[in-house]
Design a protein around this ligand. Structure first.
Ligand SMILES: [Fe+2]
Length: 296
């Protein structure tokens, strides 16, 4: 049994995405590592769109159907042109609603929030992962081997759109600073020239900084540590259909244990535009290691 439970979910009563909803200016709650949950905020499918709640619309190569920005290109979907246009319009509507919503919740980020991928996930997540590193049923922070973030934050808006009453089941874990301290001895500096080489070889989209290296080391250390997965402070959280939730997924320890049919919007925010930049993983890691982490 886990040693302790973690209470990081904060619930809000909002039932509208629009600008006149009640919750606003909650940057401190988000930035201190909470998950903001809105159990009455559903993303409604029209009767015509309900046919998309079926894994057959994913093309088989990707598990997600997504719209890329700024191009607005639809990826990962299979179907007739007319259907794909309707599917894309549905996903774009989620992008627009979640963007307006994020700017109401976090007005401090106005003008600085950049829209990342918008995805629709009609496939059940219980399928076997290709490797332990890709196994998102293990607690982790989000960090990507090929896409160095250079300290930029990952803000995510999720909505469970399951039509059969099935929850999205998560586990959440310890605060980021506690997590970084746990694996501090594993946070080794990149080898000289390694970042240049990986970028030159096309392994990374740009140079991997020491910050990116440390975030990947944390991601991998946690996923590879069975005792941590089993016994660290954590809680199970079920997000019922019709629930929206928001968090910084590069800060909140999370694991996706089950569920099918979800919308997800990613936003990027440079750490300097946080209300409390000292709460960011970059600042925490620089403080703990005593090093500047964006220079390599
Ligand atoms: Fe994740």
């Amino acid at each position: 049994m886990p040693a302790a439970t973690i209470d990081i979910v904060r619930e809000y009563p909002d039932d509208t995405w629009s600008a006149d909803g009640p919750t606003r200016a909650v940057e401190p709650v988000l930035e201190s590592g909470h998950v903001l949950a809105f159990p009455h905020l559903s993303f409604d499918f029209t009767d015509g769109d309900k046919r998309f709640l079926d894994p057959r619309w994913a093309d088989g190569k990707a598990k997600n159907v997504s719209v890329r920005w700024p191009s607005g290109e639809l990826r990962g979907a299979a179907g007739e042109a007319g259907d794909l246009a309707a599917l894309k319009a549905l996903i774009v509507r989620f992008a627009e609603q979640s963007e307006g919503f994020a700017l109401r919740l976090f007005p401090h980020y106005g003008g600085h929030l950049r829209r990342g991928n918008t995805s629709f996930r009609p496939v059940d997540i219980s399928g076997a992962p290709r490797s332990w590193r890709q196994d998102d049923t293990r607690l982790h922070i989000d960090a990507f081997p090929s896409n160095p973030m250079h300290g930029t934050r990952l803000l995510r808006v999720f909505c469970n759109v399951n039509p059969h009453g099935q929850p999205r089941r998560w586990r959440v874990g310890e605060p980021f600073e506690q997590h970084a301290r746990r694996y501090l001895a594993r946070l080794v500096q990149p080898l000289p020239g390694a970042a240049w080489l990986m970028h030159a070889a096309g392994i990374t989209k740009r140079r991997r900084t020491a910050y990116d290296q440390h975030m990947l080391q944390l991601h991998d250390a946690a996923k590879a540590d069975a005792a941590f997965q089993r016994s660290s402070p954590q809680s199970h959280v079920d997000f019922a259909p019709g629930t929206t939730w928001v968090c910084f997924s590069d800060q909140v320890l999370h694991a996706a244990m089950g569920g099918q049919h979800m919308m997800e919007q990613t936003f990027y925010l440079d750490a300097e535009h946080l209300a409390q930049p000292e709460s960011a993983p970059l600042a925490v890691l620089e403080q703990l290691t005593g090093r500047r982490l964006l220079s390599s």
